[in-house]
Ligand binder design. Structure first.
Ligand code: CA
Length: 618
């Protein structure tokens, strides 16, 4: 009871601690959002169980921020790829809802971008007198209305697309050879606001990560004394491919970590790697190349770590340490093997709905406001940053703006779950179905592949089993109930935007996933959640399906005539098997006598309405 009172007292006092600040005390915020970093490629996420052969990359500067702040061990992004993850971060909603569930194409002539109707949190901060800078990778649109300077950033320096070469000596010749006309976003000069930066600005082929660090340090020095707080979005493209690092730094890494190479030669990831069909050498040579990839990647992480130390030093030197919140996280999970990352003990990597795809390293550092050396094991979503930043800025949520995250700063102090009963989601489209994961409390349900049945969802305890090794759906006494409860909430959630088509695809038409969305021949989310079976928009003109199970014919009968009736018969996995059409009819024969026994999905369309039903052929 005493503890309860203490907690109550703490709750009463807390709002003063963070939200009761006066205008002048609003914190500076530095969000360091890195690219494709492995979950255990930072020291603060490795424990005694980490297998040395995966390769230990020292990250002393990042670890110092972690030990001086709160580590979120169970932090997730809203999508396991770069672009959609960033769209969610900036808008505070899942990317599927705003048709941004694919990476933007690598084409600087394209006019795609995250809808200008969606207000980025940076715009809200800017409107509330924050000085705002985006430094690094953008990947949220290249058209004029989509660029950082029109999304709430006073200052932009970096690359507008999804990645970049790390050395001018690599991108500059291509740029010149093409007469400045290349549309390859990796091979154009860097931008300062809307202008290309003159190559002469960087001496001796300076390394991109170092350039981004310098820009950030300069911005802190220029704005540290301002009466207005600043927000810096530092989006290193490291350690995303291409794997490139200065030769001297690679040599230094090897010298500093003399056992790294010999240990990594026995990495479980590398030993289990499949040899690509187009590999010309021996398997041993291939594995040696993966070891070298891991070393270059490790060097890239080390240089980034050094840069983060310089950013922290600049904060300290400006005397703003206690008024600066630094957040560090990755935009998605590490990409394994040829891309160099390690997520162990998490399974899989970038792009996956397994933990390795979307559970990311994350820390919060704010001396004398957040506790030091603390862990927050409850779920954190990248979607939480939007409302949390607005709260720190004493800024109102824009009218009508939907936000799907939680305000979490106080929760980081009290170590109380910010979302108790609510889920967070990850969905990844494939050729005709989605892989999906739903996290709720300690639990995660996960379904991969094209089995549409709810029974295919697996249940994991991701606190005690982050590697998702044991499906506890059948062994946990209330396992079945947990899965069903989570699914029920998920169906409600996805129903809200199930008709939203992607606004773009990551590469040229026809995209292999198009059938999933546009032509109606494949289910959208229904194969994942079993959702629209029972979906029926024919409320004003009810129908019934009368089976004649012995001969494989079904009669679809409407109360009133339908002018143009279209029926798709789909397999359970959403494959279109046959189409049946009728005109000015209230009754239609569905003949599946030639098909094998089993379940089929019938999609009934007419008069701009749709219904989806399941039929069983005996
Ligand atoms: Ca990424």
């Amino acid at each position: 009871m005493k503890n309860l009172n203490l907690l109550l007292l703490l709750f009463l006092l807390l709002p003063n601690l963070i939200f009761g600040q006066t205008e002048g005390e609003r914190p500076n915020i530095i969000l360091i959002f890195v690219d494709d970093l492995g979950y255990t490629d930072v020291g603060f996420n490795r424990d005694a169980n980490f297998i040395e052969e995966y390769g230990i990359i020292p990250t002393p500067e990042i670890d110092a921020l972690a030990s001086g702040g709160v580590v979120a061990k169970n932090a997730h992004v809203a999508h396991p790829f770069c672009g959609p993850s960033r769209a969610a971060l900036m808008t505070g909603v899942y990317p599927h809802r705003i048709c941004a569930q694919y990476n933007l194409p690598n084409d600087l002539d394209s006019d795609f971008g995250v809808s200008a109707d969606e207000t980025f949190f940076s715009k809200v901060l800017q409107d509330n007198n924050y000085n705002t800078a985006a430094i690094g990778k953008w990947h949220l649109g290249v058209g004029n209305e989509f660029i950082p300077n029109n999304r709430g950033f006073d200052y932009f320096f970096g690359m507008i697309g999804g990645g970049h070469e790390y050395f001018e000596s690599i991108y500059e010749p291509t740029w010149i050879a093409n007469g400045g006309n290349t549309t390859n976003e990796y091979r154009v000069p860097l931008l300062r606001n809307t202008d290309y930066v003159a190559p002469s600005e960087f001496e001796n082929d300076e390394y991109l990560t170092d350039i981004l660090t310098e820009e950030t340090v300069n911005y802190i020095n220029e704005n540290g004394a301002s009466p207005d707080p600043f927000f810096i979005y530092l989006a290193y493209n490291a350690p995303h491919t291409p794997l490139q690092a200065p030769a001297a730094d690679i040599a230094q890494f090897k010298a500093d970590n003399p056992n790294f190479e010999s240990l990594v030669a026995n990495s479980p990831d590398i030993l289990s790697a499949n040899i690509p069909n187009n590999w010309n050498g021996t398997p041993e040579e291939y594995r040696a190349s993966l070891v070298e990839d891991r070393i270059i990647y490790a060097t890239m992480v080390s240089i980034m770590d050094r840069g983060i130390g310089q950013v922290k030093d600049a904060v300290d030197a400006n005397g703003i340490t206690d008024n600066t919140l630094i957040i560090f996280m990755s935009d998605n999970g590490g990409k394994l093997r040829q891309a160099g990352a390690v997520n162990y003990p998490l399974t899989a990597g970038k792009g996956s709905t397994d933990e390795g795809g979307h559970r990311v390293p994350m820390l919060f550092n704010w001396p004398n406001t957040l506790p030091a050396g603390a862990n927050y094991d409850h779920l954190v979503s990248s979607l939480d940053l939007y409302p949390s930043f607005l709260a720190l800025a004493d800024a109102a949520v824009p009218t009508g703006k939907l936000l799907e995250g939680k305000t979490i700063m106080n929760n980081l102090i009290t170590n109380q779950d910010a979302r108790s009963e609510e889920s967070i989601y990850v969905m990844r489209p494939f050729f005709g179905f989605h892989n999906g994961a739903v996290m709720n409390g300690n639990y995660k349900i996960s379904k991969k592949g094209n089995n549409p049945n709810a029974s295919a969802w697996k249940l994991y305890d991701i606190i005690n089993d982050p590697g998702e090794q044991t499906n506890i759906r059948g062994t946990l006494p209330n396992g079945e109930q947990i899965v069903n409860d989570i699914l029920e909430e998920a169906v409600t959630w996805v129903s809200d935007f199930q008709d939203v088509d992607p606004c773009w695809y990551d590469h040229n038409n026809p995209h292999p996933h198009e059938a999933l969305w546009n032509n109606g021949s494949l289910p959208r989310y229904e194969a994942l959640f079993g959702l629209p079976l029972g979906l029926n928009e024919f409320v004003d003109n009810p129908f019934r399906i009368f089976p004649n199970p012995t001969n494989g014919h079904f009669t679809l009968s409407f109360e009133n005539y339908i002018s143009e009736l279209e029926i798709d018969v789909l397999s359970q996995t959403g494959r279109l098997i046959k189409k049946i059409n009728g005109n000015n009819t209230s009754s239609q024969d569905i003949n599946i006598s030639e098909l094998p026994a089993g379940f089929y999905i019938v999609k009934i369309m007419g008069d701009n309405k749709i219904a989806i039903e399941k039929i069983i052929k005996l």
